[in-house]
Design a protein around this ligand. Structure first.
Ligand code: HSE
Length: 408
């Protein structure tokens, strides 16, 4: 039997307003907002002032409120709200990927301890229903990999740069104006935001908790005009790809830009759209595409979680229950192209297998198989741009003595 839920919502920004809109436009979800808790008292609001409070306790201590919806920016403040809400017997819906990635194990424990549900579909790839699919549909297939475009802003920027030849700064400004980018957009362009989403997805895919600081993220902010030219001349585009694989008894995962052939499925995913490609032993490849950022698409994912609570849904974390607990590792070799100003100390000897390169216009461009940690080191150096090769030829590093060929 569906329940009529009373909601207390923290935050009335891009997603909070999106939620308010989709909730009002949707018939059939038995839920209504009782209060929004916001910080800024002087900001003009588009709805009746009676809806707002500035005191967290007005929501957290209100016995009438069944569900706390957390949609604020500050990850640490968000975690405190979520924890208190659960301790006070409320269910929670949140879209805060940073908070979730940094506290996922505690979030999992809180649900077991207090027998309450915390749902967060809107935190991973916006409107794409990937978490519930990983939990429910893929509970009996052996997933070998999950990969795709997990950030709307960077995909928007790369689309504008490639398709419309806009410059990077202009495209980033647009992504901010459209409400896609984070308040600190370096979280998007440096690959932190998709990394947080990947950390959450890894738990629901492979049943392990991975600290986000252990996942390597390389962003799009150092992609140069030389890289764009190389892509165009070789029928390639560039996408920021998040991926995680199970190779034998290890889980590998990282975020990095990649050259993608223009006829590849990911190449056609444009603007703020995201894509998630799940590969399982028996179902093989399946792909989900949808808007990964924006007020209404994310609001609709949050509303779907609220609706799920009306029929007592909770994540069972089935892969954790299955108990394999494979270790997470960065001991992996990847094929990459690194470009840098001539005279840099990067040499062909740094590659495990060097495959070729060229130089011109003061730039050098080297390609080969390289250790992921080495790639991260290069990506942190001034003027060095690192982009994965179109054929990734992913291989466990020699230490693990397992080598498997996979292609992008
Ligand atoms: N900044 C994020 C993105 C918002 O661009 O994907 C949605 O999580």
């Amino acid at each position: 039997m569906k329940k009529n839920l009373k909601l207390g919502v923290f935050g009335f920004g891009c997603v909070g307003q999106g939620l308010y809109h989709v909730l009002n436009e949707t018939h059939g979800v038995k839920a209504e907002v009782k209060k929004f808790c916001v910080k800024n008292r002087s900001k003009p609001r588009i709805i009746d002032a009676a809806y707002f409070t500035y005191e967290a306790g007005d929501i957290l201590n209100d016995p009438e409120i069944d569900v706390v919806v957390e949609l604020i920016d500050d990850a640490e403040a968000a975690f405190k709200i979520v924890k208190k809400a659960i301790e006070n017997g409320k269910h929670v819906v949140t879209a805060n990927k940073k908070m979730l990635a940094e506290h996922l194990e505690e979030i999992y424990q809180l649900q077991q301890t207090y027998d309450r549900s915390i749902l967060y579909e809107g935190a991973v790839c916006g409107s794409i229903p990937i978490l519930r699919n990983l939990e429910e549909y893929y509970d009996n297939d052996l997933i070998t990999s999950i990969e795709g475009i997990f950030n709307g802003s960077t995909n928007y920027i790369l689309t504008k740069v490639f398709d419309e030849r806009k410059n990077y700064a202009e495209a980033l400004k647009q992504a901010q104006e459209l409400g896609f980018a984070e308040t600190d957009p370096s979280l998007d362009v440096k690959g932190f935001d998709p990394k947080f989403k990947l950390a959450i997805a890894i738990t629901h895919t492979f049943g392990v908790f991975v600290r986000p600081e252990n996942i390597i993220n390389i962003g799009i902010h150092k992609i140069s005009a030389t890289d764009l030219k190389y892509a165009r001349e070789n029928n390639l585009t560039i996408k920021l790809v998040a991926r995680a694989y199970k190779i034998k008894d290890n889980i590998f995962g990282f975020v990095a830009p990649q050259y993608v052939p223009t006829d590849h499925m990911l190449a056609s995913v444009r603007n703020e759209y995201n894509a998630v490609l799940v590969e399982g032993a028996f179902a093989e490849k399946q792909v989900f595409i949808g808007k990964g950022a924006g007020s209404y698409p994310t609001g609709s994912a949050v509303l779907s979680d609220i609706s799920a609570l009306t029929f007592d849904y909770r994540y069972e974390y089935k892969k954790i229950a299955q108990g394999d607990a494979f270790p997470f590792s960065n001991e992996i070799l990847v094929d990459a192209v690194v470009s840098f100003p001539e005279g840099s100390h990067i040499t062909t000897r740094d590659f495990e297998t060097f495959k070729g390169g060229y130089q011109g216009n003061g730039f050098q461009n080297l390609q080969g198989s390289v250790h992921l940690e080495k790639l991260k080191e290069w990506a942190e150096q001034d003027g060095v741009s690192v982009i994965l090769a179109p054929q990734l030829n992913l291989a466990a590093a020699p230490q693990t003595a397992e080598v498997e060929r996979l292609s992008a």
